[in-house]
Design a binder for this molecule. Sequence first.
Ligand SMILES: CC(=O)[C@@H](O)[C@H](O)COP(=O)(O)O
Ligand SMILES: NCC(=O)COP(=O)(O)O
Length: 238
Amino acid sequence: MTKLSVNINKLATLRNSRGGNVPNLITSAQDIESFGAQGITIHPRPDERHIRYQDARDLKKVVTTEFNIEGNPIPNFIDLVLEVKPTQVTLVPDAEDAITSNAGWDTIKHKDFLVDVIKTFKASGIRTSIFVDPNVDMVKGAAETGTDRIELYTESFAHLYDQGKKEESILPFIDAAKMAHELGLGINAGHDLSLDNIKFFKENIPHLLEVSIGHALICESIYLGIENVVNMYLNKLK
Ligand SMILES: CC(=O)[C@@H](O)[C@H](O)COP(=O)(O)O
Ligand SMILES: NCC(=O)COP(=O)(O)O
């Protein structure tokens, strides 16, 4: 079974747009868990445009499933994660001004840095994951950092799948996933996964432990309702 971790960044975007506390992230996360999601993901960015650092602290008190915090390990982020102690930290090399995550780590170039950061988080009992493109060399580099898992950056898959190029979309991910498994790494995936593409991805990627889905899931929920949508994903991930 592949776990569904719901990324609630977009709920925070909506909340922040009015300055109040609607929707309430705490009750939303609790509801999403009660609908069957097996995890909650947040990605606080340095400008706190959606998730605020305080949200991470508040959510930690109520999330009873797997809590995943994603982000670029700048000093403030490292301190936050060590304080909050989520189940998992996912390291993402995102530039501050990027609209969203737009690349995986170069795990060869940044190996020494990643080794240090991974060691710090693991010493605190936090599971680690490194966001990577579907590239076997980057997967091998990730294994050398000591990380527990990788998260495959699925934007290229989603884009090609959308254009009807199914085989082209999935082949690099199959190779990357096989390599990761051979090297003993757990496999997560995320970015632009949706109700349209998730079943094909899941069926083709062996040993997929977890997907984190936010943007599409919240957009789909506008039409279909979030409880319904969470259950639609769970059915496709069986
Ligand atoms: C790591 C990743 O793939 C992102 O999808 C991310 O967590 C979403 O971030 P935004 O909501 O800021 O686009
Ligand atoms: N790690 C990916 C994530 O949390 C959600 O990405 P998206 O579904 O918002 O593109």
